[in-house]
Ligand binder design. Sequence first.
Ligand SMILES: CC(C)(COP(=O)(O)OP(=O)(O)OC[C@H]1O[C@@H](n2cnc3c(N)ncnc32)[C@H](O)[C@@H]1OP(=O)(O)O)[C@@H](O)C(=O)NCCC(=O)NCCS
Length: 159
Amino acid sequence: MIGREQFFRLTPGDADRYADHLLRLEEEDRRLRFFKDAPEFMIVMHAGAAACDGRIAFGWEEDGEIRAAGELVADPDRPHVGELAFSVEKGWRRRGLGAALMDALIDAGARAGFTTLNLEFLAENHAMEALARGFSDCVVDRDGRLAATVAMKRIVNPG
Ligand SMILES: CC(C)(COP(=O)(O)OP(=O)(O)OC[C@H]1O[C@@H](n2cnc3c(N)ncnc32)[C@H](O)[C@@H]1OP(=O)(O)O)[C@@H](O)C(=O)NCCC(=O)NCCS
């Protein structure tokens, strides 16, 4: 079973490895992750920002390569509201990495003071929908995309 202790927080030194992970996603998976065809330069910039701007971003590695990752991005207008996003490489799926990343980000988000965590994904993203429904009883259609609000945990001893 994959536990949250197996994830590490991405730091600036992980930017290149994170970009390599995202660039290994197949074209369709990149579209599911970024909602559009994301060119290489955009992915490299995204990985750099995610590893450097202080957001909560977790990676999971095997043999030195990041094979799965999850991010929590704060809403610029509502800092206690965050958006979650995930990526797991094809050969590493259906092992519980996505669910374990979700669990770790919900826990870290609650400790950091987030009160609401949302997920948005394309309607055809059945894997993400099934994963989201395991953490949310509120999945709604929003202009052709699905939006889920995940259940937050009460943190007894924050920090
Ligand atoms: C969505 C994604 C993150 C799931 O990662 P994962 O590590 O395979 O997920 P898990 O193994 O933790 O699966 C957890 C549960 O989600 C559901 N699920 C995951 N993939 C599924 C699939 N392909 N079909 C149906 N259900 C699926 C299942 O209920 C699963 O539990 P189970 O394996 O016990 O049945 C992964 O498929 C991915 O990276 N996709 C491409 C990028 C993307 O879509 N990102 C999301 C945009 S935010």
